[in-house]
Design a protein around this ligand. Structure first.
Ligand SMILES: O=P(O)(O)OC[C@@H](O)[C@@H](O)c1c[nH]c2ccccc12
Length: 272
C-alpha cells in the first residue's frame, strides 16, 4: 500500500464521518457565494502577474513538518502582494496539517482565486469546498476513473468552481482528459514514491491540448525553471515548499519574484 492509497482510504472514512455530522442537505444550505467567483484560469494568465500559485502547506508526508509557525493571514496576504496569481491552501489535516479554517481565513483577507488543495473522491467534498469559500478544486487523475473526473468536474462547475486536473504521466492524461476541466496540472512529484523530476512537465507538455491552461506542479525552486517551462507552454506554477520552508514564506516568495523579474529582463535583452 503506497502513501497515496493510505491517504485515499483515510479520506473516504473521513468523508463518511463528516457526512454523519453534517448531512449533505445541511451543507447545501451553507454554501458560500462570493459576489463573483474569481477565475484561477484567468488570474494565472494575467500578464501583470507571475502565474505562481503559492501554496500554504504546513506538513507533508514526504517532508514531515515544513513550517509549524507561519500564520495563514500574513503568509497569504504576503504571497499575493509579492505577485502570485493565486493561492493553494491545503485543507487535509491528517497528512498535511491543514484545516478548512485556513482556507476561510485566507478567503477573508484576499481577493484572488483560492484552490482548495485536498483529495477529492466525492461530491460532498466539493460542496464543502464551496461552503468554505474556495474558487477551484483539485482532482487527482491517479486515484479517479474517467467517469469520476467527468462527473466531479461537472458538479464543481455547477457550483461555479473551476477544476485543476492533476496528472503525472501520459496514461493518466489520456485516460481522464475531459472538456469539463479548466486547467491541467502536471505534478513533477510522483505521489507513490515522492521522487521529483521537472522533466515530467517538459515531456507531457506536447500532449496537453491547447484549450487547457497548463500548470507545472511541485519541486520548483529556481526562476530559471519557470522561464524554461514557459517555453513549453506552461502559464501556472504551483509552488509550496520553496516558500514554506523559510520562516517568512511570503518574503521568500517576494525574493523569488524579484529574481524572476531580473531573469526575465536579462532574457529579453539577450534575445534582441
Ligand atoms: O511543495 P512543492 O514541491 O512546491 O509542491 C507544491 C504542490 O505541487 C504539492 O504540494 C502538491 C501537488 N499535488 C498535490 C496533491 C496533494 C497534496 C499536495 C500536492
Amino acid at each position: 500500500m503506497t502513501i497515496l492509497d493510505k491517504i485515499i482510504a483515510h479520506k473516504r472514512q473521513e468523508v463518511a464521518d463528516k457526512k454523519s455530522l453534517v448531512p449533505t442537505a445541511l451543507l447545501e444550505r451553507s454554501l458560500y457565494f462570493p459576489a463573483q467567483p474569481v477565475s484561477m484560469r484567468k488570474y494565472v494568465q494575467r500578464p501583470d502577474l507571475t502565474g505562481i500559485i503559492a501554496e500554504y502547506k504546513r506538513n507533508s508526508p514526504s517532508k514531515g513538518v515544513i513550517n509549524a509557525y507561519a500564520p495563514v493571514e500574513r503568509t497569504s496576504i504576503g504571497y499575493m502582494q509579492a505577485g502570485a496569481s493565486a493561492l493553494s491552501i491545503l485543507t487535509d489535516t491528517t497528512f498535511f496539517g491543514g484545516k478548512n479554517e485556513d482556507l476561510t481565513t485566507a478567503r477573508k483577507f484576499n481577493f484572488c482565486p483560492i484552490l482548495r488543495k485536498d483529495f477529492v473522491v466525492e461530491e460532498y467534498q466539493i460542496l464543502e469546498a464551496k461552503s468554505i469559500g474556495a474558487d477551484a478544486i483539485l482532482l487527482i487523475a491517479s486515484v479517479l476513473s474517467k467517469e469520476e473526473v467527468s462527473q466531479l468536474a461537472q458538479f464543481a462547475h455547477s457550483l461555479g468552481l473551476e477544476v485543476l486536473l492533476e496528472v503525472h504521466n501520459r496514461e493518466e492524461l489520456e485516460r481522464t482528459l475531459t472538456p469539463h476541466v479548466d486547467l491541467i496540472g502536471v505534478n513533477n512529484r510522483n505521489l507513490h514514491d515522492f521522487s521529483v523530476d521537472l522533466k515530467t512537465s517538459v515531456e507531457l507538455a506536447g500532449f496537453i491540448p491547447d484549450e487547457f491552461v497548463k500548470v507545472s506542479e511541485s519541486g520548483l525552486s529556481e526562476p530559471a525553471s519557470i522561464l524554461e517551462l514557459r517555453q513549453h507552454g506552461y502559464e501556472g506554477f504551483l509552488m509550496g515548499e520553496a516558500f514554506m520552508r523559510q520562516s517568512r514564506p511570503e518574503k521568500a516568495c517576494a525574493a523569488f519574484v524579484e529574481d524572476l523579474k531580473k531573469l526575465e529582463a536579462a532574457a529579453a535583452t539577450f534575445s534582441i
